[in-house]
Unconditional design. Structure first.
Length: 370
């Protein structure tokens, strides 16, 4: 390890050892909200993968109850020069890592699996991953033919498929999905919430054990329409419909449902019944691309972290009133920067994890230091 790596490693080690109340080492500049959470990137997380594995576009990311980080990546998105033998090397550069990977808190690879198998239809273009509190792993896809969600055990044993590939039946369907983007499980109520998604324009709620239909709703809690909508404009009145795409759904501890209406640059908030509560219009922060959101892990979940995929920012927002508190990061390829920011996760210590799609194709960890 060269001197620069040693210095940075010592900084990360010192940050982790100090906790939230101590000053940072000299020369380390935290990023975040002026009067709120602050973060420092850990440039050595995750650890190097084995066997010349490499990841493609990050399509899903979730931190489970053990603070293990799970990732879904698109194995088919490796570039041509990443899949061929180099004349001057005895090894291949490179081999696609398993589509689903689990990392421990230190960034070590734990297990991997995924891809076509017996009894289920693996998505052509993976999109969205969630690990529920029982350890089940849920995977979706957003290809034009992907209208299903799959459920597996932690070690990749197939459990259930909801929906099927082929054609969508529209946002009124009780049996078929429409290019779902993400999902979350309410274990206590035995309900699966789906951001449905890239084809349909709704939140869909199903029985998490059987996949049976329970309810759905559109923007403002109304009836979703599949009619084509005009492009988002900050000068126009807020759309009465979800746009393409309904990109995330998150459940807060106090029983609210947060929805990333990505195409309309906003977050909408609902009761679990589908009753509309409020919305945060992205233009008040920036012309925001609401790709994903997670909550701070304190009991009140006081802060929302928003992934702005277009501008490569992470916005920090007060959950109580939607007030913007600060933003950090920027567009780029260096540690702590983003190219096509797509997914967020947070662990029990308040650290943030990010996944990049497009040509970013990277996982990063941001250590909370305030």
């Amino acid at each position: 390890m060269n001197r620069a790596r040693v210095v940075i490693a010592l900084v990360i080690g010192a940050v982790a050892a100090m906790g939230c109340a101590q000053p940072l080492p000299r020369g380390v500049v935290p990023q975040g909200a002026p009067d709120g959470p602050k973060f420092v990137v850990d440039p050595f997380w995750p650890k190097s993968l084995k066997d010349n594995w490499i990841v493609g576009q990050i399509a899903g990311l979730h931190v489970d109850t053990r603070d293990h980080v799970w990732v879904l990546h698109r194995t088919h998105t490796l570039l041509a020069d990443e899949k061929v033998a180099k004349p001057d090397q005895s090894t291949l550069c490179c081999i696609a890592a398993p589509a689903v990977m689990e990392f421990d808190a230190e960034g070590s690879f734990v297990r991997g699996w995924g891809g076509p198998g017996q009894g289920y239809d693996w998505p052509k273009n993976g999109h969205g991953l969630y690990v529920d509190s029982e350890g089940n792993v849920w995977v979706a896809g957003n290809d034009a033919a992907d209208h299903m969600i799959l459920k597996f055990t932690r070690d990749g044993k197939f459990l259930m498929q909801i929906g099927k590939p082929g054609k969508s039946e529209g946002s009124a369907s009780m049996t078929q999905l429409g290019r779902p983007a993400n999902m979350e499980v309410d274990i206590a109520a035995n309900e699966l919430y789906i951001a449905d998604g890239y084809g349909n324009k709704r939140i869909l709620v199903l029985d998490a054990k059987t996949g049976a239909y329970k309810r759905h709703w559109g923007a403002y809690g109304g009836t979703p329409s599949d009619d084509k909508l005009p492009a988002y404009s900050p000068a126009a009145p807020p759309s009465k419909q979800f746009a393409n795409s309904v990109h995330c759904v998150r459940l807060s501890k106090d029983g609210l449902v947060y929805v990333c209406d990505r195409g309309n640059s906003r977050i909408q908030v609902f009761q679990k019944s589908g009753t509309f509560v409020t919305e945060f219009i992205g233009v008040k922060l920036t012309a925001m691309d609401t790709a994903d959101l997670v909550f701070s892990p304190d009991s009140a979940q006081r802060h929302i972290y928003l992934a702005d995929g277009r501008s490569s920012y992470i916005h920090i927002v007060s959950r109580s009133d939607g007030k913007p508190l600060g933003s950090f990061a920027r567009h780029g390829r260096q540690a702590g920067e983003f190219r096509s920011l797509h997914n967020l996760g947070t662990d029990s210590k308040g650290n943030l994890y990010t996944g990049e799609a497009g040509f970013g194709r990277r996982l990063q960890k941001f250590v909370r230091v305030d």
